[in-house]
Structure formats: C-alpha cells, structure tokens
Design a binder for this molecule. Sequence first.
Ligand SMILES: Cc1cc2nc3c(=O)[nH]c(=O)nc-3n(C[C@H](O)[C@H](O)[C@H](O)COP(=O)(O)OP(=O)(O)OC[C@H]3O[C@@H](n4cnc5c(N)ncnc54)[C@H](O)[C@@H]3O)c2cc1C
Length: 806
Amino acid sequence: MQNARKQGGKGRRRRINVVWFKHTDLRVHDHAPLKAAHSCRDVPVLHLFVFDPFWFRQKTPICGFPKTGLGRAQFQIEAVRDLEKRLFDVSGHRLCVSANLGAREVFQKIVEQFEVSSVFAFHEICSEELKIQRQVETVVKSQGGLLSLFWGFELYHIDDLPFSPEQPGSRGAFKSYTAFRKRVEEGTDESNFTEIKTVATSTGKERGVQIRRSSENDVEAFLPPDTHGVVWVQSAVSLSRGAHQFASPSAEGSSSGSLLDGITAEALLGIEEESGEKMENRQKDPRAECDFKGGETEALRRLHTFLWGEDSLALEYVGATMTTDPAKSACRDKAMSKLSPYLAHGCLSPRKLYEEIKKYEASVKEGLRKNKKTYWIVHELIWRDFVRFGAMHFGDKIFKLGGIFPSTQGFRGWAWRWSRDRDLFFRWKEGKTGFPFIDCFLRELEATGYCNHMGRECSGWFLCREMGVDWRMGAEWFESVLLDYEPTANWLNWVYRCVPAADGSNIPPAISGEGHILTLQILAWGAQHDPDGVWVRRWIPELQGVAGLLSLSPAGRVGGTSSVGSLVREPWRLMGTFWDEDVETGGSRVVLSDEMLSVSESMGFSRERVERAVAKALRETGDDWVDTDVVVALLVEEGEEGAGENTSDGGQMEGQKREDGKRQQEPDDPKETRTFVYGRDYPKPVVRPMCLTNTEDIEENARFAQAQNAAWVEKLRRSLEMVREGGDLSTLGRVRLKGSTGIGGPQASKLAKEREEERGKSVLVQETEKTENAIQLSEKGAAGSGSQKQGGGGQQGNRSRRWKKT
Ligand SMILES: Cc1cc2nc3c(=O)[nH]c(=O)nc-3n(C[C@H](O)[C@H](O)[C@H](O)COP(=O)(O)OP(=O)(O)OC[C@H]3O[C@@H](n4cnc5c(N)ncnc54)[C@H](O)[C@@H]3O)c2cc1C
C-alpha cells in the first residue's frame, strides 16, 4: 500500500476506526455508528466532525442563497460544541473537528496517517449527501477500509417496513401520506413496545412493524479513551485565525475550552460580520417563543420541559398538521413542540422521543397524560418518516419543477405558468405580499429561522398558485433560512403539499376550477387560527395601526365590519371607492362602496361631503380608485368645516376627530396617534385580494371552540397538578380520562357545529381526512357563486382596479 508507512514516516500506520458525525446525528444517545465502533473491542476510535465548506460556501442554484444560512450555521456550531462536551463527559473521548476542507479531502488526509479499518456513519438519502458519502467511501476503500452505514434518523427502521421504499412495488405506500401511515401503523404493536427485540433484516419484510428501542443505554460500552482514543492532530482548525491553521487538541479535554472556539458562523460562510454583530451574540427575538440553541443538551432540556416540566404535550400541543379543528389554534405559543431543529440535526433521536412519549402517557395511571395530542405527535413523526422514505422512493423528482405527481394523473406541474419574477419573489420572501396571513409567517421565519407548518404550507401555496413563481425559489429560501432544514422534509413537503396547489389538483374537483381558491382557504385558516389577528399583529406590528383606525369610528366599525381580526387579516377591506363609467351621461361619477359609506356614516359626514372628498382625492392622484383611509385623512384635515352635517351625533364625532388630530401633533408619542395609511405602512396586496363574507362566523366559531378548549385545558392542568401533589382527583370536576380526546378534539368540533346549526347557518364545508386537504371554505365560495367579495377587473398579478359593491 502506497501510504502504508506514515505518521511522519516513523512506522506503520495505526489501525483505527472512525465515527463520522454529520450535521444530522449530533448526539451520543441512540447512535448506532458510535455504538458499533465501540463494539470493535480492539480497534481504537477516532471521532470526527467535518464542517464541509460545501454546505456553507456553496449557493443555491437559482437564487444564490447560502445553502446554510447564518442562523443554522450558528445552531450547528453550538450543536457540535455540545457534542464535543458530551462525548468527553460520557466517554472521555475527544471529538476531532475540521473546518475548511471537504469531507473527501479530510478522509484523504486521515487515510494517509492512519490505517482506517472502518468508517461508521448514518445512511444518507438525497443526491448531494449521497455524492459526498460515495466520495468518502471511495477514499476509504482505496486504502482497504470499509464504510459501514446505519439507519437511525427515522422512527421506523427501514428493515422493519413492510415494503422497500426504493422498489416500484412500494408505489401504493407513497400514493399519499395516509396510505403510508396505514401501512406502517397496521403492523405496529405499541403495547409491546418495551418488550421489542431488534428484529428483521432487509430480506425479512413481514408484517409486524415495530419501532425499535433506542440504544441510549449503551454508554457503558465505550472503549477506554487512554488506550483506544485517537486524536487527529490536524483536525482543529480555527477559521478566525485564517485558513488552514491547525492546532492540537489540549490534553485536558473539553474543560480547558473547546476546539471550536475560533469557529464562527460568519467565518464558515466566508462573510464579514455584519455591522460588528456576530451571530453568536445575537439575542432572541422578543416575539419568539423559543431561543433555539443547538445541541443534544438543549434538545433533552426542551423535551423534558415540553413533556414533564410543563405538560405541554397533554395540554396545549396542537401539532404541525392539525389544521381542521376549530378548537385548536396553531398560532399560539406551545401549540407546537418546536423540536424540529433538534430532530433535523439529530440532537434528539425520534425513537428516544417516542420512548419518552410512551413513558409520559403511562406515567399517570388515570390516563390523564394520554390523549389525542400524545398520539398526534407520533402521527407527525410518521409524517417525518413518510418524507424520508418518500424521498428514497421519488428520488431527484423532489427537486424538479414538475414535482412528483405524474402528468398521467392530470397534474400539470410542468405546464403551470411558472415565472422567475425576482420582484414578486422578494416581496414574498420579505413578508411584503400584502396578505397578512402569509407575511406574518415569512417575517417570523426570517427573524427566527422557524415558522409553523401552516405558515410554510400557506406561503408555499401562495407562491405557487397566486404568484406563479417558480416554487424552487421558495424551497431554496427555506433551505437557507430554516433552522430545522432537512432536505427530504423541505423538498418533499414542497412537492407533495405546495406544488399541487399550482393547478388546484390537491383541492376537491368540485372547486378546483376556481381561481384564488387557495387564497380563500388561507383566509379561512386565518380566521380560524387567529380570529382576533393577534398572531398577525405580533409579527407585523404596523398592522396595529389598522386596529387603530377603528378608534376613529365611534361605532367601532370600519369597512362594514366590527372585527379587528378581519381588518388586520384582510386590510384591503379598507379599499373601496372608485370612479365608475356613467352609462347614461358617458362621463364618470364617484361610486362609494359600502365600506366607504359605513365609515362616513359612522364619522358623522354626509354622503355628499364624502363624495366631494373622494372626487378631490381622485383628481389629485389621477388614479381611478382611492382608499378609505386617504379619504378619512382628507376629511380630518379639512376639520370642522363639515362637522355635524349628517347625523345628530356628528358634532360629537368631529369633536373626537379633533381630539385625535390634536394628539397627532404631540411629539412625545407619535406612534400611538399616527394614522395608519394603507400602502405606506403596510403594502397593498401583490395580487388581487378577496374577502370571505363569513369571516366573522368562522372567527366566532373558533373563539367559542377555543374558549371551550382552554377551559378543558385548565381543568386538566389542575388535575395534573393534583396528581403531582398526590391529591384526590374526585374533588375536581369531571375531566375525561383514559382515551380522552379532550374538548379540543372532535367534541369541540361537535359543539361548534351544534352552535352553528342553532344559528341556522352552515359556514364551513369540511373535507374529510380522506382527501387530506383540510379545505374549509364558504359553501357559496366552494360552489363558486360569489359569496366572496372579489376584485372585478384585472388579471392575476395585476391588482384589481375596481371593487364590486356587495
Ligand atoms: C413547505 C414546507 C417545508 C418544510 N420543511 C421542513 C424542513 O426542512 N424540516 C422539517 O423538519 N420540517 C419541515 N416541514 C414540516 C413541518 O412544517 C415542520 O416539521 C414543523 O413545522 C416543525 O415544527 P414542530 O417541531 O413544532 O412540529 P410538531 O408538530 O411538534 O411535530 C413533531 C415533529 O414531527 C416532524 N414533522 C411534523 N410534520 C412534518 C411534516 N409535514 N413533514 C416532515 N416532518 C414533520 C418534525 O420533525 C417535527 O419536529 C416543512 C413543511 C412544509 C409545508
């Protein structure tokens, strides 16, 4: 062998094994490669992590975003630092870290110095990762070594599935998520979970799928570090000191400081630190629920708090894909586990999570900690497996414009009117589409690296369907910015959930011909999940100003509605006045919309007065429509002149307006009094907007169901507290025990429905789980008969100039 005598030419190369940690397995628990390496009793082990420049310096192909954005780079540094510490603490072994060479080059150097018997690592699935894996394999094999791969990112072990994902025969399992879930759940024997032995091989694909136990209890099997620990002295690289400077790890171990101390997110990406602020010093956004810090320690802490500390799983958890139940709002703190960054980086193994859930459910014998929510998180983990194994099944189709659905099924993904309009795309990316229930999520995402599933799905639909922008630009943005980015989860969710929105093929056939149908869906979800617009205002603070407009109107009514929620979610309700062709005279005249009339009446101005103000505004702007708020501002400016001309309380109104006007002069607190100007303070919609006529019904149902749910949660909380303190549960009111789905489940829906029926209105059409589309629309909207208000003229991408009176 060419390099058989190395280590400075002093003798035979030392025979070693390598555990190759990657950014998807940054933990010591349930780590099959680690366990396997330490089972080879007489071979010393080198533990290696490579910050491969491929993931940091490469850019996404269309938009040129860094493949790993600063936030995730920082998360990874923290997670690797934590791994270094934990590995040392549990085993005494050192983690060797390399930063500015690719994995292939690093292994090339290692095999020159050592005789590598085996490299132990987890399997990869997607093409870029597989390419690197193959390169390393080639290097290792060239020196007579082996690359030994293990499965363990998923909940179900691939060998235990009743089908082989890569085989065409598994098509049925990947027809839909539900088909997949049924196939794997059918054979799962949960009751036996604690008894499960590791079973099955890749050839024995029988029913009886099991979730294997995690291998967390194997720590005592570590080889002694003094005789079997290997430190690769070239591994420590301090980027801050310039490229290719190597340092030897200190003999005292991690207590003396980390080898990663010089590595910063900015250095990994090769960029200057912006305005002197380093990513590592960045403070949590005060609006965010979680301060995501990378690492296994943080992952286990979060898991502990989520389950045992705060009982959030049994109490507040809603879950990523739970969108239809009006009692459960996804737009609240604690509604999601927010474990995804930890799962994506492997800081938490899904099997460890599963075990903890099972322990948690069994921990109170009355069953208070076992309910639909504790099932639902497992359902989400099955989603995670669906996208992992699904990506094996579909291969590189998940990265292609046309997506995964064949045109033979009628999907027209390739033929959709995709554009690469950068301006449109950047309005989307920056949360400036003018659709608050989209923008709030995109702003949260940019500020924190996270937004909930609903936000990802709605914004994805919108980009595909309404904006017609090449969806891969959106997926690239997510790839760069998401803290929990994982290729299969990102790209398969895009092609499976969002791309079909383009031609409406993931919505029921009866309504798929409707333009904007998914916008209606988004509006309906907004009304249901954020009835008072609190979430929207949290992430788009300038929309507080819309709510402020209500105070201009004594009746608290603007735009024909009294709901702050609907105004902040659909601010275009403020737009409403336009010139109309006068058929008889051939000239034009001012037509006041209902919204405008409602405002003028409520403010005490006569119709004529408002018409005059509108005409003036139209003349000045040269436009053929004008916003309500502009007219309001004009009337206010003109002051007393027209006060009291309409109603008996007009004087009072004007008095109030003058008061407002006076406050506006005060320099001390300009924010409080600044009148919201639509278009200046928040953008007008990027495509033709529309309104749901039954928004307030949806809001009201949601408020009712969510209040009921909150009451149920409080009751359960008290019960759990009593159990902890050893109290007598019978002294409390009834809480549904074992198997309870709680008021937040079907019961809430039932209550809401009953209430609806009482009101003699059927507001929502709910698709069953079978369609998986969770569509809720107004019945009339679904039938396409115009229950929604919408812009009359103009094409998509060309904002409507006129509004129909409704
Ligand atoms: C367009 C789009 C892109 C996405 N990109 C990613 C991504 O890059 N990484 C990622 O982890 N998730 C992705 N998701 C899935 C999902 O939105 C997130 O997993 C979820 O929002 C994470 O929040 P959570 O941990 O609080 O979820 P929880 O509700 O607490 O769920 C628990 C765990 O289940 C898994 N999970 C839940 N739903 C899904 C799903 N639909 N697909 C895959 N896994 C799921 C996650 O690991 C999650 O942490 C994407 C979804 C969409 C629609």
